[in-house]
Design a protein around this ligand. Structure first.
Ligand code: ATP
Ligand code: MG
Length: 312
């Protein structure tokens, strides 16, 4: 069996007159993994995904999905690919069972009532299957969307921001579902702007920014390559504190009033503490923690991302 399920070389997409939404990216994805394309609003994630789904024509580049040149033969693989578009909330006036049945007919799939019940069970909607879809919660609507995307038992599933706008409980529910789908052998191509989500779910991550991939690897590789092992958090010292700290030659970042100082090893820790103790800082609390993908992002892009928006 092929190991690479997606291979992309020098992919670019320009929207007229001159928006380079995707600016020459290359990557490949191993079969059976959860891959996350991570990035802020407008980074180029949906454009990339829609090209890989065969829905958009690239300006240039070579793309192979399931060992097929997507610009020539997408019809050959369409049946093996599942798609959850961004912001997909279908069928307000159908019940989940009816929606799945309709979808199956639309795609010429023979599905018995038992198949449909099983599918709704997989996504955790069996108790809500006879409720009008407009009465479902945001998270349940996404689950229905995922049920539809699984109708053809795809080898490769694209989920474009499946958890955006959901509450933490609904997000965690969907994480579980994505893990289950991966457990069934499906390769999952996820786009998200939640760094915790990408860190938790992904075997492999690409961080996209302004149409380019600026970092690539497993979450732990990215953390060890771009980050340091530990972060010292100085709570509440704010931008003034940051200025004082960086003036002493210590590398640090600020977010929500806290200053984070990444530290590589115990000897660096000693040096940094010695320097910090010479500064008068209004520290509310101080603690250390492991670096996260969020810290890596902050280091790479120079700013935090909140709900997909870069905090300039
Ligand atoms: N159909 C279009 N015509 C013109 N410009 C477009 C079109 N679709 C997207 N763009 C632009 O291309 C860039 C990339 O958009 P894209 O939707 O791929 O980003 P994204 O990473 O999916 O963002 P989000 O997180 O907001 O969904 C943006 O600058 C966007 O405004
Ligand atoms: Mg998008």
């Amino acid at each position: 069996m092929l190991n690479k399920i997606i291979e992309v070389e020098d992919l670019a997409k320009r929207y007229p007159p001159d928006v380079m939404a995707v600016d020459g990216v290359s990557f490949s994805i191993d079969r059976g993994q959860v891959f996350s394309l991570l990035g802020p609003n407008g980074a180029g994630k949906t454009t990339t995904v829609e090209i890989l789904e065969g829905l958009r024509v690239p300006t240039r580049g070579h793309i192979r999905v399931l060992d097929t040149d997507t610009t020539k033969n997408y019809a050959r693989i369409r049946g093996k690919v599942g798609i959850l578009p961004q912001n997909f909330e279908p069928f307000d006036n159908l019940k989940p069972v009816e929606a799945v049945e309709y979808w199956a007919k639309l795609f010429d799939m023979r599905k018995t009532r038992t198949d449909i019940t099983e599918l709704l069970d997989i996504v955790g909607l069996s108790e809500r299957k006879n409720l009008m879809s407009k009465k479902l919660s945001g998270g349940e609507k996404r689950k229905l969307g995922i049920a539809l995307s699984l109708i053809n038992d795809p080898e490769l599933l694209f989920l474009d921001e499946p958890t955006t706008g959901l509450d933490p409980k609904a997000r965690r529910d969907l994480w579980k579902l994505i893990e289950e789908i991966r457990g069934r052998g499906t390769t999952v191509f996820l786009t998200t702007h939640y760094l915790d989500e990408a860190e938790k779910l992904s075997d492999d991550v690409a961080i996209m920014h302004r149409g380019n991939i600026i970092a690539r690897g497993s979450p732990s590789e990215l953390i060890s390559r771009f980050g340091k092992t530990t972060v010292v958090v100085l709570e509440g010292v704010g931008m003034n504190g940051l200025t004082e700290i960086t003036r002493r030659g210590i590398k640090a970042t600020e977010a929500n009033g806290d200053v984070m100082v990444p530290v590589a090893n115990p000897s660096e820790m000693r040096t940094i503490f010695a320097k910090l103790s010479s500064i008068e800082l209004p520290v509310k609390d101080m603690y250390t923690r492991r670096q996260t993908l969020e810290d890596v992002f902050l280091g790479l892009v120079g700013t935090k991302m909140d709900e997909g928006v870069l905090q300039e």
